[in-house]
Write a protein that binds this ligand. Structure first.
Ligand SMILES: [Ca+2]
Ligand SMILES: [Ca+2]
Ligand SMILES: [Ca+2]
Ligand SMILES: [Ca+2]
Length: 483
């Protein structure tokens, strides 16, 4: 911006009372006083004429060009504030301070705050002519952040540990200044055992953010976080029609047929070594199973869960096929729930005190039933004094039903009819694979015919102690608190 200096009330003419004229001379509208505006006159020599009583005289004035002033702020004003030309001028605006010498200036983004700031540069030349220029500055530069390399922390006797920003931070710098630093996790317990990704977030005074991450490995040297359990259950499907001479053992037909997968069908997709399925006899593997630890006061809250393997004698073991199941949780009281892909899930009605020492939880004793709800398990077709998880939930909901509103049988029929090998769409076609519609876990899925799965569902519905009138439409409802 140019700021021409207008000279008011021209004088010097004599005798007074005359008229001034010339380029840049303006009448003040009173015919008596005159001004000279150098911005109208061009730079250089301008002649001003003074006329009085018909006589004229002239004089010359020199108009100097205004200084050309520019301001181009650097992209990083906080770090290298300048940009006004010619040098030697004065900066002003939000956050601008004189360094105390009148010649150098600093920009303080803390004072300016976030957002856009208009900075003015004013320069006065040796003729006393002043011009200004402005530019707009905004800090858009993110902080530069470095995190520490992966490190390890150990839980204390109370199974707790904590870290601060300084444990994660190597350095955090910013062109204008760092405002805040924070980490997303700072306290750790049994649930954090293993590797945890920690994110450090640094915010500059203008609100720009940058993050870095590191890996924190949480260890439990005192082994306060180990819970071990050995649940025991029977799956009714695998216990029906037992092998002769092995009446107390479930059948392991899936393993024998070589169709038992080494990857769990449940949500954690746990895997086991194929050699685990080489074991025969009482500890041979029947199927994958799902184990949940539930909160002592809110029995619908799942604290932890994992896939496990079921042995023929009912022991639920880890994926190595022999060990008890371990959870990285604080020793405490828990409910234990067991689920299977086509059987009704069950849960302990009472809490069980669990610790690093393996606790046996036997769901199979008909004379000491420990399950939540009513008729949560069945004795139908089972060995004496034994209860088993209800089979027949082929459609993976929370009821077993033969016919009616949500029956399981149509799923079996649909699976059979839609099988790629069933060219002629026989309902009697038998599929040999690992299938949720294989109600009796014999390795074959068949709707009707020589060895069908559907009659087991009807038998169960009719055998349920609550089905007084023997309706085929009766629903066996899964006895879990959320149902
Ligand atoms: Ca910045
Ligand atoms: Ca066993
Ligand atoms: Ca069902
Ligand atoms: Ca079957």
């Amino acid at each position: 911006m140019h700021r021409p200096r207008v000279q008011n009330n021209l004088n010097g003419g004599f005798p007074i009372g005359g008229v001034y004229s010339g380029t840049g001379v303006t009448d003040n509208a009173d015919g008596m006083t005159y001004n000279f505006d150098p911005s109208i006159a061009s730079a250089g020599i301008t002649t001003i004429t003074y006329t009085q009583n018909g006589n004229s005289t002239t004089d010359n004035v020199e108009v100097f060009a205004l200084p050309i002033v520019t301001l181009t702020l650097p992209s990083n004003l906080c770090a290298e504030g300048n940009g006004g030309l010619p040098i030697g001028g004065v900066y002003s605006g939000p956050g601008v301070t004189d360094d105390g010498n009148g010649t150098t200036f600093s920009f303080d983004a803390n004072t300016a705050g976030s957002g856009m700031h208009t900075i003015t540069y004013s320069f006065t030349d040796t003729n006393g002519c002043t011009s200004e220029a402005t530019d707009v500055y905004e800090d858009t530069e993110k902080p530069v952040v470095t995190c520490v390399a992966p490190f390890t922390i150990q839980l204390d006797a109370m199974s707790n540990a904590s870290i601060t920003v300084n444990d994660v931070l190597v350095s955090a710098t910013d062109n204008c200044g760092v405002e805040t630093m924070s980490i997303d996790i700072d306290t750790f317990d049994c649930s954090h055992i293993g590797d945890n990704t920690i994110t450090l977030t640094v915010t500059d005074i203008s609100g720009n953010q940058e993050t870095c991450t590191t890996i924190l490995t949480v260890e439990d040297p005192l082994q306060n976080c180990s819970i071990r359990i050995n649940p025991k259950i029977y799956l009714q499907g695998a216990a029906l029609n037992p092998n002769t001479g092995e009446e107390m053992l479930m059948r392991d037909d899936l393993r024998v047929a070589g169709i038992l997968p080494t990857t769990s069908p449940y949500s954690d997709n746990a895997t086991c070594n194929a050699t685990v399925f080489n074991t025969t006899g009482t500890d041979a593997i029947v199927d994958w199973i799902w184990v949940e630890l539930r909160d002592a006061t809110d029995n619908t809250m799942i604290i932890d869960s994992k896939s496990a393997l079921l042995q023929r004698d009912g022991d639920i073991v880890a994926t190595d096929g022999i060990s008890s199941i371990e959870f990285n949780q604080t020793p405490d009281n828990y409910h234990i729930a067991i689920k299977h892909r086509n059987h009704m899930g069950i849960m302990t009605v009472n809490t069980v005190s669990l610790s690093a020492v393996t606790t046996s939880v036997d769901f199979t004793d008909a004379n000491n039933q420990i399950t939540y709800g009513t008729n949560a398990q069945t004795t139908s077709g089972m060995p004496t004094d034994t209860v088993a998880m209800w089979s027949g939930n082929a459609n993976n909901d929370t009821v077993v039903q033969y016919s009616g509103t949500t029956p399981d049988t149509p799923d079996i029929l649909s699976t059979v009819l839609n099988d790629a090998g069933n060219f002629l769409n026989f309902p009697t076609y038998a599929i040999s694979n690992y299938n949720v519609n294989d109600v009796n876990l014999d390795g074959n899925t068949q709707y009707s015919g020589t060895n069908p799965d559907t009659p087991f569902i009807l038998q169960n519905v009719l055998a349920h102690p609550g089905n007084f009138l023997n309706f085929s439409t009766y629903q066996i409802t899964e006895q879990l608190p959320e149902n």
